[in-house]
Write a protein that binds this ligand. Sequence first.
Ligand code: SAM
Ligand code: DTB
Ligand code: SF4
Length: 325
Amino acid sequence: MTDIRIYSLGEVKTLYAKPLLELIYDAATVHRVYHAPDEVQLCTLLSIKTGGCIEDCKYCSQSIHNNAELEKETLLKVDEVLAQARTAKDSGSTRFCMGAAWRDVKDGRAFDRVVEMVQGVSDMGMEACVTLGMLSEDQAKRLKHAGLTAYNHNLDTSEEHYKKVTSTRTYQDRLDTIENVAKAGVSLCCGGILGLGEKEEDRIQLLHTLSCLDPQPESVPINILVPVKGTPMANMKRVDIFEWIRCIAVARILMPRAMVRLSAGRLELTREAQAMAFMAGANAIFTGDKLLTTPNPEKNEDMELLEMLGLKGLKPFESREERAA
Ligand code: SAM
Ligand code: DTB
Ligand code: SF4
C-alpha cells in the first residue's frame, strides 16, 4: 500500500471537521482515482448459525444476555447454504457473506462445515466472506486455503467507547483476531456501527484506527445501529444522517482502495441519503430482504434506486479461476 498516505489522528480530526459538501467533493475525487464511480458491489448476507451467542454486545439480537425475540438456529447444512449462495449469485450478488453468532471458532465438525461452505461459495466464482468471532492464525489459514476472500471482524467504535458496548471481550481481543487474519494473508473486512451513543471523537478514533491497520481493510462496512427490541440499545438516539455521510467520506479518503459498504440501517434511509452516500464514496451494499436477523430494503427497490442514479452492479464471475485471474 505504498501510494496510501496514513493520516495522523490530528489530520483525521481536521478532515472530519471540513464543511460537509467540500468533504464529499474530496471523497468523490479520491473515489474516482481508485474505483469506477458507476459500479456498486452487491453482496448477500446469510446467518448460518443464529442466536445463542455468549458475548454481551448491547446492540445485538443474538446475545443470550439480551431479550430479543429471535428463533435460535443451529449451524445450517452445507447444501442449504450453497443453494442460497446460488440464488444470490443468480440475482446479481458477487459476494456472499456468512455470519455465525459465535464468540470464537472451535476446531471440529462445525468449523469443518464452515470451511466446506467457503469452498463451495468460492468455487461458484463468488467472493466468500465469513464472520465467526475470534479466530486463530491456523484457522484463518484453513479458511484462506478453502478460498476465503475476506474475514469480517468489526471494531464497532473507539477503544474508549467499546467498554460501554461489550464487556465480555476487549478491544485488544478484536485486534488480536485482526492480526491473525493478516498473518494468514486473508483480507480483512472491518468497520463499525454508528449510533451506539458514541461521541464525534469516538467516530474519529475508530476511522483513524481502521486506517492504521496494516494492511488496511479491503472492505469497510459502515453500519447504522438497527435498534432491536429487548436489547439495551433499543432506544438509542438515532444517528444524524449527515454524520453517517461524513464518516463514509472520511473512510473513503483514509482508505482509498477499500470497498466502503453501506451495511445495517439502510431500511430507514431515504433514497436521497443513499445517493449522497454513493457520492461520498460508498461502493457496496447488502441486497436481499434480510441482513442477518433484521430486515433490509427489498431487492427491486435497490435495483430501481441504482438504475435511477446511473449505477450498476459489479459483473459476476463464472468460476473461482475467473475471479482470481
Ligand atoms: N459474532 C461475530 C462478531 O461479532 O464478530 C459475527 C456476527 S456479528 C452479528 C457481525 C457484526 O454485525 C457485528 O460486528 C456488528 O458490527 C454488526 N451488528 C450486529 N447487530 C447489529 C445491529 N443491531 N445494528 C447494526 N449492526 C449490527
Ligand atoms: C457488518 O458489518 N454488517 C453485517 C455484516 N458485517 C456481517 C451484519 C449486520 C447485522 C445487522 C443486524 C442483524 O441483522 O442481525
Ligand atoms: Fe455475539 Fe457477534 Fe452478536 Fe456480539 S455481535 S453478541 S459476538 S453475534
